[in-house]
Design a protein around this ligand. Structure first.
Ligand code: NAD
Length: 481
């Protein structure tokens, strides 16, 4: 079925004008097309940026109370359509329906949280050395912000970028992943129905190499907020970061360290949730389990037992684990399983497609032992449900292995020794650190972002100060005549 009206430019829904066909298939049953349509052309990307630029002055001058009301209204509308949004998300991305409902609920929570920014993204008054001079700072919007997002949290990630950008008075061109265009379109429809002014939000769905390049390099764009793979993020940063603010949140290879004094059952639960939740398709997924050699056998057994009890199936049946999102991710998962085996790691669980599930992109939760830090399986982001267990001899080795990767997104330690836990938080190279918790999961009132190859480390997303990326800070010395 060819669908229409996937692009939203200057307040009008329209068809893509390129010859790139975007075809989304149900990852649980790929023979079933979910939607097919034409992607946007480069000229449409230019029109979207122009519309956003033309709308910028009016939107930035709207009363904060108006922006705040709009975003609250969007939150209410998301909640009112929760089931429709969740089913759409599961059909195109594949995640279990209860996870989709949770993500949609979170999107509503995000719009409410950031609605408050419209009135509270304040500057400071700072004492001046000169009694006749009043000194203060204030913030103003960047202008036109391009928002580029991946498919794995296809409503939550765009929501926190859109809500922050809009509340602080920016106009937006939103380019979602072509794997999840339907949920993106629904979100923008909701903004449209809530009454966002023409040109303030634009949706451009198309190929990264054409519309993505235009939307990041166009001279009328004043900032780019990107979430996705490290390769794409670095390409964008290399291309435009010398001219405009660029925020990039990228891949991870997240370690979970377990010391002998840990609660082993709790650690095993956290490893399972972190490695296999969302089919391992989270930037914060637990990819490496760094376990002290004294408890390695016990923890491995606890992890394998739990991994083998997970249910796998189509997201609409609400299993523990749905399929991988696409043929490409499916292929990559099995490729990494071969790589690990060829490197000499020992497969102790999974590694196959589940029996009688040949038609979808399903994969068993997979656990390898005998993994060493220099192996590719311990260094490269897999982005699927593949957990590598690495034995370490002591805390110092655990920290050294944890840091022995290019990435630095999230990390966790399980221990009952709080001095050790504190040393870990200080020594581990990660932007988000848990003590006795999963590497995944975050709360919107806390800042989120990585280090090293996981982030450009400009400003964090979410949290009390996420507005910093979306605004210029100006400092004023005012001497009255
Ligand atoms: P991706 O980099 O392939 O695509 C991300 C987005 O960039 C898509 O919308 C894509 O169309 C667009 N894009 C591609 N080329 C572009 C270009 N030249 N210019 C502009 N845009 C372009 O990533 P993906 O496969 O969609 O997502 C998975 C990756 O995202 C993983 O590496 C994961 O770790 C990462 N991720 C990171 C975070 C985080 O917060 N750190 C969160 C979620 C996902």
């Amino acid at each position: 079925m060819t669908d229409t009206n996937f692009q939203y430019i200057d307040g009008e829904w329209t068809d893509g004008e390129s010859t790139d066909e975007i075809a989304v298939r149900n990852p649980a049953a790929p023979a079933e097309p979910v939607v097919t349509f034409d992607g946007a052309s480069r000229a449409q990307a230019v029109r979207a940026v122009t519309a956003a630029d033309d709308a910028s002055e009016e939107w930035s001058n709207t009363a904060p109370s108006e922006r705040d009301s709009l975003l609250y209204d969007v939150a209410d509308r998301i909640e009112a359509r929760q089931e429709e949004l969740a089913e759409t998300l599961t059909r195109e991305e594949g995640k279990p329906i209860s996870s989709s409902r949770g993500e949609v609920g979170r999107a509503a929570e995000i719009f409410r949280f950031f609605a408050g920014y419209a009135r509270s993204a304040t500057g400071d008054t700072i004492p001046s050395n000169d009694p006749d001079t009043f000194t203060y700072t204030f913030r103003e919007p960047l202008g036109v912000v391009t928002i580029v997002t991946p498919w794995n949290f296809p409503i939550a990630t765009p929501s926190w970028k859109l809500a922050t950008a809009l509340s602080t008075g920016n106009t937006v061109v939103f380019k979602p992943s072509s794997e999840t265009p339907m949920i993106a379109r629904l979100l923008v429809q909701i903004l449209d129905e809530a009454g966002v002014l023409d040109g303030v939000v634009n949706l451009v769905v198309g190929a990264g190499s054409t519309v993505g390049d235009e939307l990041t390099t166009n001279e009328r764009v004043d900032g780019v907020s990107f979430t996705g793979s490290t390769d794409t993020g670095q390409h964008i940063a290399d291309t435009v970061a010398d001219r405009i603010p660029v925020q990039t949140e990228m891949g991870g290879k997240n370690p979970l360290v377990v010391l002998p004094d840990a609660d082993i059952d709790a650690a095993a639960e956290a490893a399972i949730g972190g490695a296999f939740g969302g089919t391992g398709q989270a930037c914060t997924a637990t990819s490496r389990l760094l376990v002290h050699e004294d408890i390695a056998d016990e923890l491995t057994e606890a992890v394998v037992e739990r991994a083998e009890s997970l249910t796998i199936g189509p997201g609409m049946e609400d299993p523990d684990m749905g399929p991988a999102v696409s043929a490409g991710e499916d292929e990559s998962n099995f490729h990494y399983i071969d790589v690990a085996a060829d490197e000499g790691a020992t497969l102790v669980s999974g590694g196959d497609r589940p029996a009688e599930m040949e038609s979808g992109y399903f994969i068993e939760p997979t656990v390898f032992t005998d993994v060493h830090s220099e192996m590719r399986i311990a260094q490269e982001e897999v982005f699927g449900p593949v957990l590598s267990i690495i034995e370490v001899g002591d805390f110092e080795e655990a920290v050294s292995v944890a840091n022995d990767v290019d990435f630095g997104l999230s990390a966790s330690i399980f221990t009952s020794d709080m001095a050790r836990a504190r040393a870990f938080t200080e020594q581990v190279e990660a932007g988000v650190i848990k003590v006795n918790g999963t590497t995944t999961g975050s709360q919107i009132q806390l800042p989120f972002g990585g280090m090293k190859a996981s982030s450009a480390e400009t400003q964090k997303e979410m949290g009390q100060r996420a507005y910093e990326f979306y605004t210029h800070e100006k400092v004023v010395y005012r001497t009255d005549p």
